[in-house]
Structure formats: structure tokens, C-alpha cells
Design a protein. Structure first.
Length: 86
């Protein structure tokens, strides 16, 4: 199980960094861990069988509440579908 968690963690971390990147910083490698604190909970959601809507809602909440940005639900749904498909 630990190996599965580690693989999911790494894949989700990459998706958040390269695909989600709501603050547009993924061209700055020195802050590569910018979204890492969000990964464990998203891995937990994935491992519990959360659907794309639940994950998208969480990503949207991160964008709007945690980051104070406008947020884009459509983008969050696209990213959530990538995560669900893992």
C-alpha cells in the first residue's frame, strides 16, 4: 500500500505543478514544492474513490479560499478528471 501511495503522491504532485498551477509559477523550479502541501489530502480523496466533482470542488476551494484567487471550476474539473483517471 505504501508504494501505491507514493506513486499516487508523485503523479498527483506532477499534475498539480504542471497542469493545475493556478498561480502560474511552474516555470520557476526553485519553488517546485509550491503545491505539495495539497497533495496528501488529494491522494486521500483519490484512494477513497472520490469522483471528479468532489476533487474539482476541493481544487476550486483551494483556488478561491486558500489562495484568494477568482478560481476556474472548468479547469478544476479537467484536472480532477486527470486525477481520477490515474
Amino acid at each position: 500500500m505504501k508504494g501505491h501511495y507514493t506513486q499516487l503522491y508523485e503523479k498527483i504532485d506532477r499534475i498539480l505543478w504542471y497542469n493545475w498551477d493556478p498561480i502560474g509559477v511552474n516555470n520557476t523550479e526553485s519553488i517546485r514544492d509550491e503545491y505539495s502541501s495539497y497533495v496528501p489530502y488529494i491522494v486521500k480523496l483519490k484512494m477513497e474513490g472520490a469522483d471528479a466533482i468532489k476533487i474539482a470542488n476541493h481544487l476550486y476551494q483551494l483556488e478561491t479560499t486558500s489562495m484568494g484567487m477568482g478560481g476556474c471550476m472548468e479547469r478544476c474539473k479537467e484536472i480532477a478528471c486527470k486525477i481520477v483517471a490515474l
